[in-house]
Write a protein that binds this ligand. Structure first.
Ligand SMILES: C[S@@+](CC[C@H](N)C(=O)[O-])C[C@H]1O[C@@H](n2cnc3c(N)ncnc32)[C@H](O)[C@@H]1O
Length: 220
């Protein structure tokens, strides 16, 4: 199995952030929100944390789908947060989505959240325990969490084939980032080991297609 190759933690290059914000992630992002609703049909209101929110497409879709929820969305890239602010304002949701430009490792909420989301952040973080530990600290015990990210392929060739299959027509900068993200991602076994190490084995991992895993459940 190919070892992990880290990519830069933050997406703080303006062109890179703009290319990411322009890309069409509707299927993935709406699928993520739909999955939260499908997994946790009894969750209808509360304060939800989104770690590594990028341009805030997921928080916007989330509060539209669950009108009694509000979201605190966190990203440490200031170009991403600027794009997120513009998107939230354009959607008229500034009263329900609070944006914070902070590293998740340094995050201190006034009060722990009632649920947490994170899509496509973990592979950016050198030490995955910082992510899982932070997640646990930021929510009330028993909160629902939904975390999704890429799976690391077997080889650079397999990663390139995934980029060709799913991003053939995307701009070069997005294709580069997608390839680097695949190389920085974790395997299913690595995620399971991280959860076990931190006593988070009540969370379940599921591989949902050829390039994504999802972790869900209540966190204690
Ligand atoms: C691939 S994007 C995903 C954005 C969004 N969740 C989505 O699904 O569209 C990952 C984001 O995580 C942010 N990020 C990476 N490391 C971070 C950290 N330690 N703290 C906060 N944000 C971080 C990056 O700046 C980037 O905007």
């Amino acid at each position: 199995m190919m070892p992990r190759t880290l990519e830069p933690e933050l997406m703080d290059d303006e062109e890179q952030a703009a290319a990411y914000a322009r890309a069409d992630f509707e299927e993935e992002n709406q699928g993520f929100v739909n999955r939260f609703i499908e997994y946790y049909p009894d969750f209808a209101e509360g304060h939800v944390l989104d770690l590594g929110c990028g341009p805030a497409d997921i928080p916007i879709r989330f509060v539209k789908a669950l009108p009694k929820c509000r979201v605190t969305a966190v990203d440490a890239s200031s170009p991403m947060i600027k794009l997120a602010e513009a998107a939230v304002k354009a959607a008229g949701l500034a009263d329900r989505i609070a944006l914070k430009c902070e590293r998740i490792q340094a995050l201190a909420l006034a009060e722990p959240a009632d649920a947490a989301l994170s899509n496509s952040l973990l592979h950016h973080i050198a030490n995955p325990f910082q992510f899982w530990y932070g997640l646990k600290q930021q929510v009330k015990p028993g909160s629902y969490v939904l975390v999704m990210d890429l799976l690391r392929p077997e080889s650079p060739e397999a990663a390139q084939a995934i980029v060709e299959q799913y991003a053939a027509n995307e701009p070069a900068i997005l294709r580069r980032d997608f390839y680097n993200s695949l190389l920085a991602a974790f395997t299913e076994d690595e995620i399971a080991a991280q959860l076990a190490e931190l006593n988070l084995s009540r969370l379940m991992i599921d591989v949902i297609d050829d390039r994504h895993w999802v972790v869900g459940g209540r966190i204690y």
